[in-house]
Write a protein that binds this ligand. Structure first.
Ligand SMILES: [Ca+2]
Length: 301
């Protein structure tokens, strides 16, 4: 039997709908025998991230550990939880019976450590939100050791490096980096395992998810997420491209840069400097970027 990729996903699901498309791709790839999704953690700025991810898992007939980052400094109770809904996470969780809820969900860091400790072979960690949970994992001595032992690579949706190639461009600070600049800076500097970064410019112009809308309408959780956000032609593929790389590698449609170091400025702008001693590489399209979207969408038809 061909070896499959073991995947752990950390996601800020509930805001931008491309997380829901990425998660659906992972479950479709799992059905195709390409990977096994071991568990999910959320770093969402809403209180329904875990339940939303659980709704998508339930749609695909899967039960798996799901952890939620309990929002630091925020005391969410039954009385104020409606103030933290996210744009689509609550409707998707409600419609698809998503569990666990915010109160019963285990802490994301505990789930990450438990999943790594139980992994039978090397896993690929995929992050498609801010890097808060990953910093927590690396600053935890046991977590850092588990990463070193059990994780082959972290695939990160984050950064924007266009100004490094064309110095006339104004640098753009990317959303996932800006969401927690200190954590992003810490992770790119201190990760004990190699990093592959899928930058803003890779997924920006290519849309995925439309076949789910055409085939299922609101009967599919990711299609529902897209429709609730007005993305009836699909959504930019930042997160799905990162998931595709984690499962299938360059897949003939992407290519990795040479090795180097990524740094994060105080304002969230990212820079890449090629260096054979570096542990970071940057993804780009191998040829026509549309081929990346076509490959992801092919699982949804
Ligand atoms: Ca995301």
């Amino acid at each position: 039997m061909a070896e499959y990729k073991r995947i752990i996903l950390d996601t800020d699901i509930g805001g931008d709908p491309d997380d829901s498309v990425a998660l659906s791709y992972l479950f479709e790839a799992e059905k195709a025998g390409l990977c096994r999704l071991l568990g999910i953690t959320t770093c969402s700025d809403n209180a329904y991230g875990a339940a939303c991810a659980g709704g998508i898992a339930r749609y695909y007939g899967r039960e798996l550990p799901i952890g939620q980052l309990k929002l630091p400094g925020v005391d969410i109770t039954e009385d104020n939880i409606e103030s933290y809904p996210g744009t689509y996470s609550k409707p998707v969780a409600d419609a698809f019976g998503g569990k666990p809820d915010y109160f019963s969900a285990p802490e994301a860091l505990d789930v990450l450590k438990r999943l790594l400790a139980a992994a039978e072979a090397h896993v690929t960690l995929v992050t498609i939100g801010k890097l808060s949970n990953i910093r927590d994992l690396i600053t935890d001595p046991e977590g850092k050791e588990l990463l070193r032992e059990r994780c082959a690579e972290i695939a990160i949706m984050g950064g924007d490096f266009r100004h490094n190639a064309d110095v006339s461009l104004e640098p753009h600070a990317e959303f996932n980096i800006v969401g927690d600049i200190a954590s992003a800076a810490y992770v790119v500097e201190n990760s004990p395992v190699p990093l592959a970064l899928s930058p803003y410019e890779l997924g920006l112009t290519i849309l995925t998810g439309k076949p789910l809308i055409e085939k299922y309408g609101k009967n599919h959780p990711a299609a529902m997420a897209l429709m609730l956000n007005g993305c009836n032609d699909g959504r930019s593929s930042w997160d799905p491209s990162t998931a595709l790389y984690a499962v299938e590698g360059e897949a003939g449609v992407m290519k990795l840069s040479e090795k180097g170091f990524v740094s994060v400025r105080e304002n969230g702008v990212t820079d890449f400097k090629a260096d054979p001693a570096g542990h970071c590489r940057i993804l780009s399209a191998a040829s026509d970027p549309q081929k990346i979207a076509d490959r992801i969408n092919s699982y949804f038809r």
